[in-house]
Ligand binder design. Structure first.
Ligand SMILES: CC(C)(COP(=O)(O)OP(=O)(O)OC[C@H]1O[C@@H](n2cnc3c(N)ncnc32)[C@H](O)[C@@H]1OP(=O)(O)O)[C@@H](O)C(=O)NCCC(=O)NCCS
Length: 140
């Protein structure tokens, strides 16, 4: 996955200029407990092409959502499928909403949120738009 990401996609995901996946992310993936911290990956031909994660806020029913799809696979339904699966897993574990932060310039992510959660209204939060997104709406 690492070699298939543009600087722009990495910036939209991590909100800082980074040439590669940051180490804390790799540590997070190595310590998934499938309850407080979960990830769903999309794989094609043995290569990871997408990653969706949540990290639960301690002692709450909320979790931070983050999604990353390699550039060549963006806008082909990968993000939508991963987020739907992740929301189903989260809801089963008592997580009622995802918190998601999106840069205002990130039209793809803004439209993806609007497609998955029609009517979701963001509130400005520092330099980001912040959403609170109910997990049950995507449960299957
Ligand atoms: C944002 C992101 C996760 C979306 O994932 P994706 O797999 O590309 O999105 P999908 O193909 O599932 O599209 C879902 C909806 O989003 C919208 N969308 C996605 N990419 C779009 C684009 N480039 N332009 C316009 N709309 C777009 C569409 O409405 C689409 O639904 P539709 O095709 O049925 O109309 C992906 O573009 C990405 O990884 N970007 C870089 C990292 C990032 O921005 N992460 C989000 C912040 S954590």
């Amino acid at each position: 996955m690492a070699g298939s990401l543009s600087v722009r996609s990495l910036y939209h995901r991590f909100f800082v200029g980074t040439p590669a996946l940051p180490r804390p992310l790799l540590r997070q993936l190595a310590t998934l407990d499938h309850d407080q911290r979960e990830a769903v990956v999309a794989v094609h031909d043995g290569q990871v092409i997408g990653l969706a994660q949540y990290v639960r806020a301690p002692d709450t029913r909320r979790a931070e959502l983050a999604v990353l799809v390699v550039d060549a696979w963006q806008h082909r339904g990968v993000g939508r499928r991963m987020v739907s699966r992740l929301a189903t897993l989260a809801a089963r574990r008592g997580i009622t909403s995802f918190d998601a932060s999106v840069l205002p310039e990130n039209q793809a992510a803004l439209r993806a949120v609007a497609r998955l959660w029609p009517g979701a209204a963001p509130r400005p939060d520092d330099d980001c738009l912040h959403y609170e997104l109910p997990t049950f709406l995507l449960c299957r």
